[in-house]
Ligand binder design. Structure first.
Ligand SMILES: [Zn+2]
Ligand SMILES: [Zn+2]
Length: 339
């Protein structure tokens, strides 16, 4: 790990780029070094410290605030005793105060080429945050609107004007169907198979590293430089055999439906299926039934078609009236208020 001099600027006479370890006093005017004015020099200006021995972070003289080496017995500026407990360590400079961050693999890269990345990144984060906040706000407003529409209701009287029912049976057909899968997962009864290559997954392969130089303040007027590296990866597609094939399977063909009003007794549609199992054969699938009450507000515009159980549907009589909740905004009768 290489060690270099921190720089400092003399506040008394304005001389810049003084050396943190070598120049404990300003060579121009003699003013004592102010450790808070230390900074990392630019890469092309750095000054190496040969055979550096680290003895600890500098101690700041309690009387004149001059930084002193940790092994000093007396202040280089005022001569007061050092290391007797009334002095404190200097504040360390952090890298962002004066560092250069350039990828080391591009040898020609200068600090100026890397620096713009920082504001771009933080700006992007701020923008994303703003968009996120906006979306959250829109979500809140739409939820509020939804809540008001659903829950803001008035009382009114509704009448059952009619009833209807609908019963359906799905018809399935056994037929040749095109499908595809990874060949190792193809059904055993597939036929008419054609194979092709498709990307099945992606491998991440390490293909180098990106390094940057990290400056660390030693606190004694010097700093150390090291490399901080992260591995980079490239993505490589992994191909496998894809099979397109035909299989004979049962599948949905159509719905057969019967419907009627409150005058009829609900019944299932009459269907005819083959009962065989070869290409073109049909069979009965699932059954679905809906029983609906058609409600209308008495002396108003509110209405609703309410789905109920078959038992309730059978019990209900046309012309029955009761008090219900009606949406103020959408004018819909709330089915849950019809009991
Ligand atoms: Zn000076
Ligand atoms: Zn002193």
């Amino acid at each position: 790990m290489a060690t270099y001099e921190m720089f400092w600027d003399c506040p008394a006479c304005g001389t810049t780029k003084l050396l943190g370890k070598t120049h404990r006093h300003c060579p121009s005017c003699g003013a004592a070094q102010d450790p808070e004015r230390r900074y990392f020099p630019a890469e092309h200006e750095k000054v190496a410290v040969e055979d550096h021995v680290f003895v600890g972070r500098d101690l700041v003289c309690a009387h004149c605030e001059t930084p002193n080496s940790a092994i000093a017995k007396h202040c280089v500026n005022c001569g007061a005793a050092i290391g007797d407990g009334d002095d404190v360590g200097v504040v360390l400079v952090h890298e962002r105060d004066g560092s250069s961050e350039a990828p080391s693999e591009a040898s020609g890269a200068t600090s100026s080429s890397a620096k713009p990345e920082v504001p771009v990144k933080s700006g992007g984060r701020g923008w994303a945050g703003l968009v996120g906040l906006g979306l959250l706000g829109m979500l809140f407003v739409s939820m509020l609107c939804c809540c008001i529409t659903v829950f803001w209701t008035r009382e009114g009287e509704a009448e059952l004007v009619s009833r209807s029912w609908e019963r359906s049976i799905a018809i399935e057909r056994f037929s040749a169907r095109s499908d595809g899968d990874w060949c190792d997962g193809m059904p055993h009864d597939a036929y008419g198979v054609s194979r092709s290559q498709k990307q099945r997954s992606t491998n991440r392969i390490p293909d180098g590293e990106v390094c940057r130089t990290v400056n660390r303040d030693n606190g004694d007027g010097t700093y150390s430089q090291s490399q901080s590296c992260t591995t980079t990866y490239r993505e490589e597609p992994v191909y496998d055999d894809w099979c397109s094939y035909t299989v004979d399977r049962w599948g949905h063909d159509r719905w057969e439906t019967a419907k009627g009003t409150g005058k009829d007794k609900p019944k299932w549609p009459r269907i005819s299926v083959d009962g065989c199992r070869s290409l073109g054969c049909t069979r009965e699938g699932s059954r679905v039934a809906h029983y609906t009450l058609h409600l209308r507000e008495v002396g108003g515009d509110g209405d609703a078609d309410c789905q109920v159980t078959e038992a309730q549907w059978t019990r209900e009589k046309k012309g029955r009236r009761q008090t219900v909740a009606i949406g103020v905004i959408d004018g819909g009768i709330r089915c849950s208020s019809w009991e």
